[in-house]
Design a protein around this ligand. Structure first.
Ligand code: DGL
Length: 260
């Protein structure tokens, strides 16, 4: 049995988006320890130049590896869709990524039209375009950049009326075109699900891939013989790089400032 088994899962995102993946991990593999870097110093990732995004991803993954991570989860569509093949070539540690669920959406749609909300950088990425191409014969994709949504979520403005307005401006045009499935193509967006439902009023199914990422992580750990069988209580570690995160979603977590 590998002695790496008791090592943690290393996870990162530009901010609290990764927490939607963390919650799913705690449901699916609760005995695994997680160390999570919220790289809020460089948030939002969706507007970083690709060279900077690459440099930052390397710095954060190096930090996670220095903390003995047995697997890395890129809990960010922006980094995954732009850099996952480069990062998998660079590191020998297994890497799990998250990309917009257009394939499950294409299986679900009845109208043949799906909406995707994601960051600018995800939408323009090669991987997103490549995955979209696979389904393009059968399905029409309306993608919209979730401008301002990261700022809203990070600053705990989720329940403000102005947030509904921003969401409406993104989702109404999709509904007008008869889209019946909405893909949450950014790990921050699951925290907006209640607000989104106020707009879609059950006329659109929502695709949130958090849980499938947790199951995929479990499968990877099993394949690598790294799945923890510990009966001990696990303690997770949360690190941030910029100002202390404000969102009350993180209220029960102890957050540690790091300089990377
Ligand atoms: N949560 C990330 C994603 O899934 C990053 C969003 C951002 O910082 O722009 O893309």
């Amino acid at each position: 049995m590998s002695n790496l088994i008791s090592n943690p899962i290393g996870l990162f995102d530009s901010g609290i988006g990764g927490y939607s993946i963390f919650i799913a991990l705690k449901k699916v593999i609760p005995r695994e320890k997680v160390i999570y870097v919220l790289d809020n110093k460089y948030s939002p990732y969706g507007y970083l130049k690709k060279s900077k995004l690459k440099e930052r991803s390397i710095e954060i993954i190096n930090f996670l590896i220095s903390k003995k991570s047995k697997i890395i989860i890129i809990a960010c569509n922006t980094v995954t869709t732009n850099l996952i093949s480069f990062l998998r070539k660079k590191y020998s540690v297994p890497i799990v990524g998250v990309e917009p669920g257009v394939i499950p959406a294409s299986l679900k749609t009845k109208s043949g039209i799906i909406g995707v909300l994601a960051t600018k950088s995800t939408i323009s990425s090669y991987l997103f375009k490549k995955t979209s191409k696979k389904i393009v014969k059968d399905v029409n994709i309306i993608s919209k950049e979730g401008k301002d949504l990261i700022e809203i979520i990070e600053n705990d403005k989720i329940e403000e009326n102005s947030t509904l307005k921003v969401l409406k401006s993104l989702i109404d045009p999709m509904m007008k075109e008869n889209a019946d499935v909405l893909v949450l193509g950014c790990t921050h967006y699951p925290f907006l699900t209640d607000q989104i439902k106020k707009i879609t009023k059950n006329k659109m199914s929502i695709i949130d891939t958090s849980e499938s990422i947790a199951f995929q992580t479990k499968r990877s750990l099993k394949n690598e013989k790294l799945l923890s069988n510990s009966e001990e209580n696990t303690s997770n570690l949360f690190f941030y790089t910029g100002n202390c995160p404000k969102n009350k979603i993180l209220i029960n977590e102890k957050l540690i400032k790091i300089k990377i």
